[in-house]
Write a protein that binds this ligand. Structure first.
Ligand code: KG4
Ligand code: ZN
Length: 340
């Protein structure tokens, strides 16, 4: 029997300090997340300096807890995986320095992981038999990417956002209609009580054959609507604004993903990133895939938002491919997918 591979993974690219132990890429033995959301809520968004400081305070405890819950010692770990980009540079550096120190002290290999690759790999944890090729829609607070995954570790970016990321648009619109931070889950909940046809917001498809996204025009349309209603003293129904905005986002995401899958001739679609936990996106993508006979993979909400289990899964496939990083591995806030 082949030997089990145990990865200790660390993630600190934004406002979650996370560590996990993952066995053979897909079995999560522990997944500890210390969230700073409550702290950043005070400021209406993530404050990078505060995020870095809080990561420093939390990281030792989070790793200790991840090992304890998994019931393994540091010596039993085969490799240490860590997010080294993209993200907030100060935040990334905390996890990276910690991972390097652990790898150096124990003599274990160090494997740097791209954060978006981690998000995509969450699908392998959710579905034990899920494998490439497939089309991945990665929608988070910082990214909106349509990625064709032809094989493990092989990514072709077909489209990306030209301005705001999908989650960023959710967060900004939520702030404009007084729903607070983070906006995604608040808009998702409010939209369930609203009418998605109440207000006609633009669907931005860009050029006919483009797989790129643009959400800043939609965000401006919502802000203009809110200002106009205020100036006229007209009533506003936040639930209707939330539902109408959400529908304009989801329709475009679903249409482009389905078109890209057809073009590449794949019959599997995977969602990833924080916005993949959006109930309307999940439901409408499910219906579109059912109509085409496609398999749809969506990670559970806890694996959609930032976590280290997904980083452990990505590190496992990098480990199998022979990737080993040196002590000169640096945090790269603008790291491109597929680059090292
Ligand atoms: O992937 P993630 O945890 O962090 C980044 O790497 O950016 O994504 C966070 C983003 C935030 O913008 C948040 O508002 C959004 O995901 N989000 C949602 C939902 N849950 C989180 N957006 C829409 N609907 C949701 N249910
Ligand atoms: Zn993320």
């Amino acid at each position: 029997m082949e030997q089990d591979i145990l990865i200790l993974a660390v993630e600190s690219s934004c406002d979650e300090t996370a560590a996990a132990v993952v066995k053979n890429g897909r079995e999560v033995l522990s997944n500890i997340i210390s969230s700073q959301i409550a702290l950043h809520t005070l400021y209406g968004g993530v404050v990078p300096e505060i995020a870095s400081r809080k990561h420093i305070e939390a990281i030792d405890g989070v790793i200790t807890q991840a090992l304890a819950q998994a019931g393994v010692t540091l010596q039993e770990i085969d490799a240490i995986g860590v997010t080294y980009g993209p993200g907030l540079v100060g935040a990334l550096l905390v996890g990276l320095a910690e991972a390097k120190a652990l790898a150096f002290a124990t003599g274990k290999p160090l494997i740097g992981v791209h954060h978006i690759e981690g998000h995509i790999c969450a699908n392998y944890i959710e579905h034990k038999d899920f494998a490439p090729p497939y089309m991945a829609l990665v929608v988070s607070g910082g990214h909106s990417h349509l990625v064709f995954v032809s094989d493990y570790g092989k990514y072709e970016i077909l489209g990306r956002t030209r301005d705001d990321a999908a989650g960023e648009a959710y967060d900004k619109v939520a702030r404009a209609i007084g729903m607070g931070y983070p906006g995604g889950p608040k808009i998702d909940a409010a939209a369930k009580k609203g009418n998605a046809k109440a207000i006609s917001f633009p669907r931005v498809y860009l050029e006919e054959d483009s797989y790129d996204f643009s959400f800043s025009g939609l965000k401006s349309a919502v802000l203009n609507y809110v200002n106009k209603q205020k100036m006229m003293g007209a009533p506003m129904v936040p639930e209707d604004i939330a539902a109408s905005f959400q529908q304009a986002v989801v329709e475009v995401l679903v249409e482009k993903t389905m078109r890209a899958a057809k073009e590449k001739g794949v019959s599997q679609i995977a969602l990833a990133g924080g916005v993949a936990s959006n109930s309307a996106l999940r439901e409408q993508m499910r219906r579109a895939c059912e109509a085409e006979g496609y398999f749809l993979s969506i990670p559970s909400p806890i694996l959609c938002t930032d976590n280290a289990a997904m980083i452990g899964c990505a590190a496992y496939y990098e480990y199998l491919a022979g990737v080993r990083d040196g002590w000169d591995l640096n945090a790269n806030p603008g790291l491109k997918l597929g680059e090292r």
